[in-house]
Design a protein around this ligand. Structure first.
Ligand SMILES: Nc1ncnc2c1ncn2[C@@H]1O[C@H](COP(=O)(O)OP(=O)(O)OP(=O)(O)O)[C@@H](O)[C@H]1O
Ligand SMILES: [Mg+2]
Length: 611
């Protein structure tokens, strides 16, 4: 597993730094916050303008007061200077605060949109997309966008305004010296270009290594027990060492580019100042330039190179934000394959009513992919109140029948009806609300035991939770827990045994009192003590309810009204236990096999474990 090649997913691809189509959609998310963004923008314009003032005020102070010895008015200049500083501070505060807050609001909206979409996407989508990648969408990718909103977009304007503003002021003050000051620009452009290309490349590499580390960890942590069981720790540790080294080296490479770039810009800035002093100093001595202007030039050039550095860094932010937004929008644009019908068609009285629960499969063909039929021409009928058992070898298509009935997947051919209505014509929530589903692997959520029985339906009282648990014999182990029904459920219920989880899910189904009970029995064998409990619990659950139960233990289905025997995707036999045995077909073979196994199991384990 760790040796497997980790394919670099689209997570590392960096596209354009600017994409008009994506930007327009992002701006769509900014629109509700336009008032705050407007104020932030005004603050930025104000701030950029104000930042032009201090060097010029210095020039005025030198030329008109200090050089001429005219003290009068210097105080005024000083207070203007102070006012500029205070206002700059206010603008800067307003801009930073407004943009950060807006950024947080936008990513809040975005995360809600993603979550909403994820909840509507069908099960088939989750078959195709690994959890890790979807997590990245909601976390890292959204964060990259936050960077864009909070620091990127708007401050780019600030940098551009400042650059243009300073260039204009320089040319107005003295065009000769302006040319001298800006003569380093081609060099700066070259260095920046070098930095951008390399930084981009190494940024991409670092991201690639992070993706590999994540993939490695995800596999390793979830499979830790297997790793330890097969004593693969050392191998995995070596593999991790490799990935971790790659990550370190990629980071070190990127540090190199940053370490070269920033001092280089500083040096070029210093070079510009040296040139200003050399030429400007000469011109001042010749009397063609005022001393104040010379000082102002030096001060302006110091402010000039900062935005250039900022801009090249922001280029990266912009680039990763574009890549992230592309992936986020890709997710948001994933069509939802299974949807409720348009409301008008669905609002017929028949579909609203609870109905007796009459289920029909009519010539159903289904494949998870392409034409690899998993179910072929399956037809059967479950009358209201009837109990139907579904049996067959592993992979025969039993769980698939349930998936189709719940409309987790849509069938390719045929029809599934409930009370005469095609399930595709029922609103999804109406359809699913009819069923109580007990799955093969029981999923427990974080929260208490009682929460897990209630599963969000607050109308179920504590008393009802308790009664449901008692009815399915789950109360015994629950009351042995440290906090009884209020015991917290650890990570997906890892601290409960398979049988206990099964009993809990029975309690859950019973508490919700569904019209139709659908059950997919766990494959794992359970000790005979628990098995008896479960059998008994099942009888409670099935009482007065249409039931479809996939069973691995034939003892579960023996007294059912009808048994469906699946084999390789086809419904091969159908009838009661006695009828099927008499038929001496598949069911009979299954029964013989299991009967022999049970004999073996009983003789080899003399002590049925008590629960
Ligand atoms: N999500 C899926 N995507 C693609 N193929 C699937 C998917 N789920 C099941 N299959 C395939 O469909 C076939 C039927 O699977 P299904 O889960 O219905 O079997 P089952 O009868 O429930 O088996 P078991 O007794 O082991 O639970 C199998 O060949 C399986 O490989
Ligand atoms: Mg199954």
């Amino acid at each position: 597993m760790a040796r497997t090649k980790i394919t670099l997913s689209d997570d590392e691809v960096l596209g354009k730094a600017y994409d008009g189509r994506l930007m327009r959609r992002l701006i769509g998310f900014m629109r509700p916050h336009w008032v705050a963004i407007g104020w932030a923008f005004l603050s930025i314009v104000g701030l950029s303008a104000l930042q032009l003032a201090p060097p010029y005020l210095t020039k005025l102070a030198i030329d008109e007061h200090i050089a001429t010895g005219q003290l009068e008015g210097l105080g005024v200049l000083a207070s203007v200077f102070l006012t500029v500083l205070v206002l700059s501070y206010a603008f800067e505060f307003a801009q930073t605060y407004l943009m950060q807050v807006t950024g947080q609001r936008i990513i809040f909206d975005l995360r809600m949109r993603i979550q909403e979409h994820l909840q509507r996407l069908d099960v088939a989508f989750y078959d195709r997309n690994p959890v890790g990648r979807l997590m990245t969408r909601v976390t890292t990718d959204v964060d990259a966008l936050n960077d864009l909103f909070a620091s990127g977009v708007i401050t780019v304007f600030r940098d551009v305004f400042t650059l243009v503003g300073i260039a204009v002021v320089l040319f107005v003050m003295d065009w000769r010296l302006a040319i001298v000051a800006l003569s380093v620009l081609p060099l700066i452009a070259a260095v920046t270009q070098w930095f951008r290309t390399n930084a981009r490349q190494s940024y991409r590499e670092v991201r690639g290594w992070i993706a590999r580390i994540n993939a490695f960890l995800q596999e390793n942590i979830t499979g830790m027990a297997t790793v330890q069981l097969f004593r693969r720790e050392e191998r995995h540790f070596e593999n991790f060492d490799g990935v971790n080294q790659g990550h370190r080296d990629a980071n070190i490479a990127s540090i190199f580019y940053y370490a070269v770039f920033y001092p280089a810009i500083e040096i070029l800035g210093a070079l510009a100042i040296a040139a200003i002093l050399w030429f400007g100093g000469g011109w001042t001595l010749q009397g063609t330039l005022e001393l104040g202007s010379l000082v102002a030039f030096v001060l302006y050039s110091q402010r000039f190179f900062r935005p250039i550095q900022d801009l090249s860094e922001k280029f990266n932010v912009l680039q990763s934000a574009m890549a992230s937004s592309e992936r986020i929008f890709g997710l948001l644009d994933t069509p939802v394959a299974i949807v409720s019908p348009p409301t008008s068609a669905a609002r017929t009285p028949a579909t609203e009513a609870r109905g007796p629960g009459h289920i029909r499969f009519e010539h159903v063909w289904f494949a998870y992919r392409d034409e690899n039929w998993v179910l072929e021409d399956v037809s059967f009928e479950v009358a209201p109140g009837q109990r139907v058992g579904v049996v067959g070898a592993t992979g025969a298509g039993k769980t698939t029948v349930i998936n189709l009935l719940m409309r987790f997947y849509d069938i390719q051919r045929g029809r599934i009806t409930i009370d005469g209505v095609d399930i595709r014509e029922l609103p999804l929530d109406t359809l699913r609300a009819r069923f109580g589903l007990v799955l093969q692997d029981v999923y427990l959520f974080s929260g208490t035991v009682a929460d897990n029985v209630r599963l969000g339906r607050e109308s179920i009282s504590d008393e009802e939770v308790r009664r449901a648990a008692e009815a399915v014999h789950a109360d015994r182990f629950i009351s042995a827990l440290p906090d009884g029904y209020q015991t917290a459920v650890a990570e997906r219920g890892a601290t409960f045994s398979v049988g206990q989880r099964q009993l809990l899910s029975f309690a859950r189904a019973l508490a919700h009192d569904p019209a139709v009970l659908v059950l997919d029995e766990a494959t794992s064998s359970i000790d005979t003590g628990t098995e008896r409990l479960i059998q008994d619990a099942l009888h409670v659950l099935m009482a007065d309810r249409t039931t479809i139960a996939v069973a691995h233990r034939l003892s579960t289905v023996q007294d059912m009204d009808q048994i469906l025997v699946f084999h390789k995707g086809r419904l091969r036999e159908q009838g009661s236990h006695q009828e099927l045995l008499a038929h001496r077909g598949l069911y009979h073979t299954l029964y013989e096999l299991q009967y022999r196994d049970q004999e073996l199991a009983v003789t080899s384990s003399p002590l049925p474990a008590a629960t």
